[in-house]
Design a protein around this ligand. Structure first.
Ligand SMILES: [Zn+2]
Length: 263
């Protein structure tokens, strides 16, 4: 295989989802040929998280453990003990994907339940000294001020960031990087592009969120890590950088955000 000159990393990719079962190897081969060198696969539930260490074994795929607000109905009280133990026993690079989602919280009770799991997992990440992978929709101010009050210092990544410039700066002050993916590529996303253009390149991390969040240029409904190099070139253009400069900046930001990726 020819070595691609640029090295990219998909910092948020649900490559373990069954939608990739039929052709996962083929997609991974193609992604490598396009310059993708590694993936970070978020945890979403206990059942899924338990499979991740074996799934990533002997691959340049890294994983995190977390209980995602989208799967609220699956989470059980005993999952807290599992998560606490798994963070010590295995080698996750972060706690996540966890967060607060106003769209999913259709009732006050569900929002309370989201907060319950969010608080609890932030505390576990704090104990383990691990960064967070955050899923935040319509709750940036609340989530950021909570972490500030908690004096959470391990930082992490706000995946698929789509907030305002002011909200972006609040996250940067807390030591977080912001995930950039398919959303930026859509013609109507002018506010998001303006925000990203105004932020330091060191604060941005490329991601696909595959199989979701397909970019505007993507023909399939299933997004894949193969889309990352094209999104990267678009981000480089937005930042007025050579793609190689962006690739080096990404490597630095990745190691700073997720120190366990350095090994
Ligand atoms: Zn995700």
């Amino acid at each position: 295989m020819n070595e691609h000159p640029l090295h990219w990393f998909d910092s948020h990719c649900h490559f373990d989802f069954p939608v990739f079962d039929p052709d996962r190897e083929q997609v991974w081969q193609q992604a490598q040929q396009a310059g993708v060198r590694g993936l970070l696969i978020p945890g979403i539930s206990r059942e899924q998280g338990q499979r991740l260490p074996a799934f990533c074994h002997n691959r340049p795929w890294f994983y995190a453990f977390g209980l995602h607000p989208y799967f609220l109905d699956q989470h059980q009280p005993q999952d807290e003990d599992w998560l606490a133990a798994a963070l010590q026993r295995d080698a996750p690079v972060a706690v996540g994907e966890i967060g607060l989602d106003r769209v999913l919280a259709d009732t006050g009770e569900r929002l309370q339940q989201q907060w319950h799991w969010f608080r609890l997992q932030v505390a576990l990440a704090d104990d383990a000294g691990l960064p967070l992978i955050l899923h935040i929709r319509g709750m940036h101010d609340e989530a950021a001020s909570f972490l500030r009050r908690q004096r959470f210092t391990a930082g992490g990544m706000v995946h698929a960031f789509s907030g305002s410039e002011q909200q972006a700066k609040a996250w940067l002050d807390l030591g977080f990087a912001l995930g950039v993916g398919g959303a930026m590529t859509h013609p109507r996303a002018t506010r998001l592009r303006r925000t990203l253009a105004a932020l330091p390149v060191e604060s941005l991390l490329l991601e696909t969120d595959s199989p979701d969040m397909a970019p505007a240029f993507w023909a399939e409904s299933r997004n894949s890590p193969l889309a990352l190099p094209v999104t990267a070139v678009m981000l480089a253009a937005l930042k007025g950088l050579d793609p190689a400069q962006l690739a080096s900046a990404q490597a630095v930001t990745l190691r700073q955000t997720f120190p366990r990726l350095s090994g």
